[in-house]
Design a protein around this ligand. Structure first.
Ligand SMILES: [Zn+2]
Length: 376
């Protein structure tokens, strides 16, 4: 994708006329067309559900599946909430969001419990007879939790415990040592007395440590005043990041999938089955989470070092809120082909500081993807 215009976001609030708001307080729904010749029949809705939830219940940020008839090319879904028209949320649908019998839409973070309405291709509407119960966001899924290795910026951290009993020795520190070359990459001062604890997130300054075997230990001076709590002094693998595609995949190989590719391709394309989970490769703060005609559902995460990365063509809007922190391994979405995409794939962009369309420049993400793929 080139010349990316991010002005087109979704989830716009729609001020509904009073006649529509009246329906939200209980007028039965589903006004179907009479089926006269040449007029496509209007939509009907029969159920609404989200994964891992009872029927008619969804968490904010979850993908809601609405079932019914004549739903193809539905234009929008309105979440009525409970407070008249003031809390109505209207979500415009992309062409791929509907089939004849289903509409899929991400429950907006601002949505509240209430009836929902689908606006069909001709402008006719169908409203549910029952409220959709909207609950708080689900806790973030950690795709790295079953990995035997730790990931810099991940939810799990390296832990080291020690007890201070002697007098303070000058230069006493806890050190993170890299196994391959014995280099001390980071160190921490000791507590003055009692039980001390170091939790290392794998970062050295604003960047993840290079992937490798590490050990947390007391340095020589610290051994005069402190003892390691047994079990703390084990080596561990710390990775610079987590491979984002959590299933079978191919790495970009053809010129059109690669960076540049003679067409100003700002990312690299990696193919996987539609619906394969996508995890944050490193930690950061969500900068954008939106839909755009070319990018489809996309997310941009700003890293501690000022760089940023973007995932595009995702199946639904990411559950990660703009402004929220994400950890390495956190589920950000699923591989799909929303926007301009031929086949389900992850389009990933890496940008130098100060980041994505903030003055940074895109650079080739393939070397990183190859490194991460080997290790995680
Ligand atoms: Zn691409």
């Amino acid at each position: 994708m080139n010349k990316f215009n991010r002005s087109n976001s979704s989830a716009l609030r729609l001020a509904l006329p009073a006649c529509l708001a009246a329906l939200a307080v209980g007028v039965p729904a589903a006004v179907a067309a009479d089926g006269g010749t040449g007029v496509p029949p209007g939509p009907t809705v029969s159920s609404a559900s989200c994964a891992l939830q009872p029927a008619w219940t969804c968490a904010r940020g979850q993908l809601l599946t609405i079932e019914g008839e004549n739903l193809i090319r539905s234009r929008r879904v309105i979440f009525f909430g409970s407070d008249g028209s003031a809390d109505n949320i209207s979500v415009k649908l992309s062409a791929k969001a509907s089939t004849a019998t289903t509409v899929r839409v991400t429950v907006p973070q601002s949505a509240r419990s209430g009836l929902i309405r689908v606006e069909g291709s001709t402008g006719e509407t169908a409203t549910t007879r029952q409220d959709l119960k909207v609950v708080a966001s689900l806790p973030a899924t950690d795709d790295a939790k079953d990995s035997s290795k730790l990931v810099a910026g991940g939810k799990r951290q390296a832990e080291f415990r020690y007890d201070v009993s002697g007098r303070s020795a000058p230069g006493a520190r806890v050190e993170a040592v890299r196994g391959t070359d014995g280099k001390v990459v980071r160190s921490w001062s000791l507590v003055s007395s009692g039980r001390g604890e170091v939790n290392w997130n794998g970062f050295v300054g604003k960047n993840p440590a290079r992937s490798g075997t590490y050990l947390l230990r007391l340095n020589e001076a610290a051994k005069e005043e402190a003892q390691v709590v047994s079990g703390s002094d084990t080596q561990f693998q710390m990775l610079e990041g987590f491979f984002p595609i959590r299933g079978a995949h191919s790495l970009s190989s053809t010129s059109t999938q690669k960076f540049g590719g003679g067409r100003g391709h700002q990312g690299t394309d990696h193919f996987a089955r539609c619906g394969t989970p996508l995890a944050a490769w490193t930690s950061g703060v969500v900068q954008y989470n939106a839909f755009q005609g070319a990018a489809g559902n996309y997310i941009v995460v700003r890293r501690a070092n000022g760089e940023s990365y973007a995932y595009m063509h995702m199946r639904e809007r990411s559950p990660a809120k703009v402004g929220s922190k994400v950890f390495a391994g956190q589920r950000l979405g699923h591989v799909s082909d929303t926007g301009h995409a031929q086949g389900c794939h992850l389009h990933i962009e890496l940008w130098t500081a100060p980041g994505w369309y903030k003055g940074g420049k895109p650079y080739d993400s393939l070397p990183l993807m190859k490194r991460l793929d080997k290790l995680s």
